[in-house]
Design a binder for this molecule. Structure first.
Ligand code: MG
Length: 394
């Protein structure tokens, strides 16, 4: 049921297998015995977790991004497992299998996205940053025969499902992205001046890694998701709306030209969108997101506060500018978030670093992946200067 034609299991490569999304992908594969088989597993430096996964799933190939750890990995995986190292090792794993999950965190996921699409794979995309920063080159790689992106991001997975009934592009009026609002929903700028890292990491509904959890607290995550939706579904920015929905049960909606809105609802559990992308076009048989309507209670909606959460407007500005502007936005954000997590700057300074970085962008064009990597590097240099000017004493 749901296996490939001929009854063989779906061959899956997991790149970023040891993080929050990667480990939940392993749970999905384990919950559907006989349906999936792991062909490749890769991560940056969590050797022990990767080795344990290799012992359990018996992939053909494993890869570790930090080449200095290759010896430790080789000693801990089953005999006969091919062991690769370095960024090229991760890209090699991304060329294997029927479906490739890109669950790398941040811009570092770009080579994985390009390798999977360039090899004509179905890409289960959890790494939104590669699509956002590298949009012009990712679009070209996606034209490879067989290549396809199925989003893992819960909002985009919802939109993918809402659009699946076969609506024509001219029948879509708006995409409506829902946002939980994060831990700081309803706060004023004054109240947010002194928040600490632990406050930003206390997400009310989703269990996620630190980078995306901070992005949720600034709403930059939602801003990035607007660009992601534009790139995935080809809908222009005037027709992508955001609504705050604190319960995180409605994952997003499509409004059609006749006024009808189709929504996707499920419990906030990333294993549903992960399984949707790994199993597409057949649904999982395990109901990870099933709703108990008797206890669900109410669903609330409110517009986002764009004065407090300025990252929304910054992201939309970058998206509308197009080209490499989203790469500058993303780099500024990654540097700002890392500096906040390291205690170097306050929470409100993240958006200041992003704004300063985005304003400093040059007019370079993205003809190939190297142009994107160059823009990312120049943007990070500018962002680091912006961080230093705001660095907290001590
Ligand atoms: Mg999301």
């Amino acid at each position: 049921m749901g296996a490939m034609p001929g009854g063989r299991p779906v061959r899956v490569s997991l790149v970023g297998s040891t993080g929050s999304i990667g480990t939940q992908a392993v749970e999905v594969m384990t919950a559907e015995p006989g349906r999936f088989t792991a062909v490749g597993l890769a991560t940056w430096r969590s050797v022990d977790v990767l080795a344990a996964q290799a012992q359990a799933l018996r992939p053909e190939v494993v890869a570790i991004g930090d080449a200095g750890l290759v010896g430790a990995l080789a000693a801990a995986v089953p005999k006969g497992t091919e062991v690769l190292a370095g960024p090229e090792g991760l890209a090699a794993v991304a060329r294997l299998g029927d479906v490739v999950l890109n669950a790398v965190v941040g811009f570092a996921g770009l080579p994985v996205t390009l390798a999977a699409l360039g090899a004509g794979r179905r890409l289960a995309l959890a790494n939104k940053e590669s699509l956002i920063a590298g949009a012009p080159v990712v679009a070209r790689a996606k034209a490879t025969p067989g290549a396809e992106i199925v989003p893992v991001d819960s909002e985009h997975c919802a939109l993918h499902q809402c659009l699946r009934a076969g609506a024509g592009p001219d029948e879509v009026a708006r995409l409506v992205l829902t946002a939980s609002g994060g831990p700081f929903r309803g706060r004023t700028s004054e109240e947010l001046a002194a928040v600490e890292v632990k406050d930003a990491l206390a997400h009310p509904t989703w269990r996620m890694g630190p980078k995306i959890t901070v992005d949720s607290s600034t709403l930059m995550n939602k801003g990035l998701e607007v660009i992601e939706a534009h790139e995935l579904f080809g809908v222009d920015y005037d027709r992508i709306a955001i609504i705050v929905h604190p319960q995180s049960v409605v994952h997003s909606m499509v409004e059609f030209i006749d006024g009808s809105t189709v929504a996707q609802l499920s419990q906030p559990d990333m294993r549903l969108p992960i399984g949707y992308a790994l199993g597409y076009p057949r649904r999982l048989t395990h109901p990870f997101g099933a709703i108990d309507w008797d206890s669900l209670g109410r669903l609330d909606f409110e517009p986002p506060d764009r004065k407090v959460f300025v990252c929304l407007d910054l992201a939309e500005e970058a998206g509308r500018a197009g080209g490499l502007a989203p790469a500058w936005l993303n780099a500024g954000n990654e540097v700002g978030v890392a500096a906040f997590l390291a205690g170097r700057i306050g929470w409100a300074a993240i958006a200041e670093v992003v704004a300063e970085t985005l304003a400093a962008r040059d007019g370079a064009e993205a003809n190939d992946a190297e142009d994107v990597v160059d823009a990312d590097r120049r943007a990070r240099e500018r962002a680091e200067l912006a961080v230093r000017r705001r660095e907290r004493a001590g």
